[in-house]
Design a protein around this ligand. Structure first.
Ligand SMILES: [Cu+2]
Length: 402
């Protein structure tokens, strides 16, 4: 608070001082017999010269910064099959932008220096030149078309499904990631937001999870209903509880629909059973194509794996996709970088709330056999749910329901 007041006082004083200083300079000029705001010949020459100096400084800085930062630090080594394509696209863009930047800046500054004010020089009236118009329309148009076409080709590689790709889901929420492996059937089971609870954060649909969520919601609705009827709640609280009850009833109706589909055999929800959810480290097999499907629970997040050149929004209410193939294992990368602590990482690259910075998962790329062994050792969603329901003593009730 005190710092803020001091800062505001400093700004006010600086402005006042600058205004006084300007008055003094003008008064001095008036004393010398100069009109206020008049620019003398030497002022003009000096400014033109400084402008040229600025061009030299600008280009020097541009070269220096490009050499210093356009390297492995700026773009880490690509570790995926399409990574080199993306990099060549990025490099091409930088080359085109750099050429355009240098040409326009040199022309801009050189011209304003060359044609600086001169009492004896007359301006030429030069209204129109068709050839010039044609050149500066066609050249950028062709360059843009080439860039867009090359980009489209790379984009189609990223979004086209690879034959036999491993289906993997990334699920984002404030503030962590879950990865869901599709298991032996390579199919991701269905999910619905009404199914989300503390033990089923991805809202996966399976006969067991439907039964569990139904039981939880029925209990919740009974408690909420009795607090509305018998709770002697103040008006405001009562309104909130009623809204809550309406929401729960909507959820129960939706889930009853899923249960009906299951009971009539319209939907088996079988592919969910062998899905595996991982929340600490993502393991990927080297040289096998992977199809990422991305979802978000709450706000827009962004899945970012810089080494694999993977970057895609995770949008609530819809699914997004990205295909890639890791080509360098974590161990190989550690050797290449001579960094024993190196780790591939998945980041959230869209500021999504208070602990956005914490949304990160390590990724380990291992060879195919090691991956198969790892995957075989994981507990599936079906096993986890069944065990949990058994521990609660609910599983027998479900069996009786059928
Ligand atoms: Cu996020």
């Amino acid at each position: 608070m005190l710092m803020n007041i001091a800062l505001i006082a400093l700004i006010v004083l600086t402005v006042l001082t600058a205004a006084r200083l300007l008055n003094v300079i003008q008064a001095a000029a008036t004393l010398r017999g100069q009109k206020a705001h008049e620019v003398s010949e030497s002022d003009n020459q000096l400014n033109a010269f400084i402008w040229l100096l600025y061009l030299v400084g600008l280009l020097g800085m541009f070269v220096y910064l490009t050499v210093k930062y356009y390297n492995d630090q700026f773009v880490p080594q690509a570790a995926s099959a399409h990574g080199e394509e993306v990099d060549s696209l990025l490099n091409l863009n930088f080359i085109v932008i750099s050429i355009a930047f240098v040409i326009t800046q040199v022309l801009l500054i050189w011209f304003s220096w060359k044609y600086r004010y001169n009492k004896t020089r007359r301006a030429t009236h030069y209204a129109h030149n068709n050839n010039l118009e044609l050149i500066w329309t066609l050249v950028p148009a062709v360059v843009m078309a080439v860039l867009v076409l090359k980009g489209l080709i790379v984009w189609s590689h990223i979004t086209d499904d690879d034959e036999g790709a491993i289906n993997l889901e990334l699920y984002a929420r404030q503030f962590d990631w879950s990865a869901r492996y599709s298991g032996a059937d390579n199919a991701l089971g269905k999910a619905n937001y009404t199914m989300i609870n503390n033990d089923n954060i991805l809202g996966l649909l399976s006969p067991e999870s439907i039964m569990e969520q139904m039981t939880l919601l029925r209990r919740d609705s009974t408690v909420t209903d009795s607090s509305i009827v018998n709770g002697f709640l103040p008006e405001e609280k009562l309104g909130k509880e009623k809204t809550r009850l309406r929401r729960i009833i909507h959820q129960i109706r939706t889930i009853a629909g899923f249960r009906y589909e299951y009971e009539t055999g319209a939907e088996s929800f079988a592919s969910t059973y062998d899905d595996v959810i991982v929340r600490d480290t993502i393991y990927l097999p080297v040289n096998r194509p992977i199809k990422l499907t991305m979802r978000s629970q709450d706000v827009i997040h962004s899945a970012y794996m810089p080494h694999f050149r993977v970057h895609m929004y995770c949008v609530p209410g819809t699914e997004t996709y990205f295909n890639f193939t890791p080509i360098i294992t974590s161990e190989e990368m550690k050797e290449k970088l001579s960094d024993p602590d190196f780790e591939y990482r998945l980041y959230c690259n869209n500021i999504c709330g208070a602990t956005h910075f914490n949304m990160m998962l390590p990724i380990r790329v291992i060879d195919g056999e090691a991956y198969d062994t790892w995957a075989a050792g994981k507990k599936t969603f079906g096993q986890e749910t069944t065990e949990r329901l058994a521990a609660k003593g609910w599983i027998t009730r479900f069996a009786n329901n059928n």
